[in-house]
Ligand binder design. Structure first.
Ligand code: NDP
Length: 341
């Protein structure tokens, strides 16, 4: 496992990390979570991702219990939470229980620490932009949490480059803590924001990234090519949008056709489509860490071995991949029906 700097910060984070969206408290109970986290620790992973909205806060409870049982020293790993959607799903949340106001950003931090049984959050993200709160208010809220020692690094998830620049510039002008990292979707099929929109932010602001859905929710494993396998994410209640995306839209069909076209490259390299897709993300130096997701131990074990494929991705191989994926370079990613659960 290599450790990459989280943007221009001094934090060295494992290139592979592990997240709990959809899985923890849904497909993965506390004892399985403990086994998975243990495998991650053994592999050298030092960052575990979570959010207030995942399973209405229960995902953080499961992660907290598993971490406690594993007894790794707190200074040996990082945990995150994200704020915006609220812990209470949909419109049942009261107006103060969601969004990026100073009140909710602060309360949600305290609540996440309690659920995860930690004294501070290493990384704390604004899960989406909040059009109803001035960016200056959110920057202040994050800065206060940092100065109180409750948050070490703050960041955003799926903010536009323009919104990020506003946050950076406001923080700089007012001597407040600037954001350190963004959590965007990035994979072979969702590239535009990461590669094009954010391009200048890596050099001009030293933006770090913790990328999500590197397998496009499983589409890039190739398991959806013939059918929707029983028990897979596309069959879960609440994830009908994924089934629609995979099978029922023109765009979904184009995405599956690209996966089919990529398969022979994986076979020529003697690897799986899953490992090829994961290793491909890591070639991009602007990825600080790639957050893996898995509902089963076997998946996690396979995904961790993607690092073996990295040296096989020569310029020739990358050109071949690019000839298939070129069209996805500029196509806007799916607006995330993600994160909220
Ligand atoms: P992926 O795109 O890698 O999808 C993971 C899912 O794909 C697994 O749960 C499993 O689903 C399937 N899968 C994974 N590996 C294999 C394998 N080897 N063989 C077959 N199927 C496999 O990542 P996620 O979408 O889970 O995202 C990763 C993390 O990113 C999340 O846990 C979360 O921390 C973060 N995230 C952040 C978001 C944000 O808005 N900031 C949004 C989404 C995620 P199954 O078995 O059920 O089919």
């Amino acid at each position: 496992m290599e450790y990459r700097k989280l943007g221009s910060s001094g934090l060295k984070i494992s290139e592979l990390s592990f997240g709990s969206w959809v899985t923890f408290n849904h497909q993965v109970d506390t004892s399985l979570a403990e086994r998975m986290l243990s495998i991650c620790f053994d592999a050298g992973i030092n960052f575990f991702d979570n959010a207030e909205a995942y399973e209405a806060g229960e995902s953080e409870i499961v992660m907290g219990k598993a971490l406690k049982k594993l007894k790794h020293p707190r200074d040996s790993y990082c945990v995150s939470s994200k704020v915006m959607f609220g812990r209470i799903p949909g419109m049942r949340a009261l107006p103060t229980q969601r969004g990026l106001s100073k009140k909710h950003v602060t309360e949600a931090c305290h609540q996440a620490m309690e659920r995860m049984q930690v004294d501070y959050l290493d990384l704390y993200f604004c899960h989406r932009p909040d059009p109803e709160t001035p960016i200056s208010e959110t920057v202040w809220a994050m800065h206060n949490l940092v100065t109180q020692g409750k948050v070490l690094y703050w960041g955003t998830s799926e903010w536009s480059a323009e919104q990020l620049k506003e946050a950076y510039d406001f923080a700089k002008e007012n001597y407040l803590t600037q954001p350190t990292m963004e959590q965007p979707q990035y994979n072979m099929l969702d590239r535009a924001r990461f590669e094009i929109e954010y391009k200048d932010l890596y050099t001009d602001y030293g933006l770090g990234t913790t990328i999500w859905s590197p397998l496009a929710s499983g589409i890039l494993t190739a398991k959806y090519l013939e059918e929707i396998p029983a028990g897979s994410r596309a069959t879960l209640k609440g994830y009908e949008w994924l089934k629609k995306r995979v099978l029922e839209t023109e765009r979904g069909k184009e995405r599956l056709a690209a996966v089919k076209a990529l398969l022979p490259i994986a076979q020529e390299l003697g690897t799986t489509m899953t490992k090829l897709a994961l290793a491909w993300c890591l070639v991009n130096p602007n990825v600080s860490t790639m957050i893996l997701g898995a509902s089963k131990i076997e998946q996690l074990e396979e995904n961790l071995t993607c690092l073996e494929v990295l040296p096989l991705l020569t310029k020739d191989v990358q050109d071949k991949i690019q000839s298939i994926l070129g069209g996805f370079e500029t196509e806007a990613g799916d607006p995330a029906e993600d994160g909220i659960d």
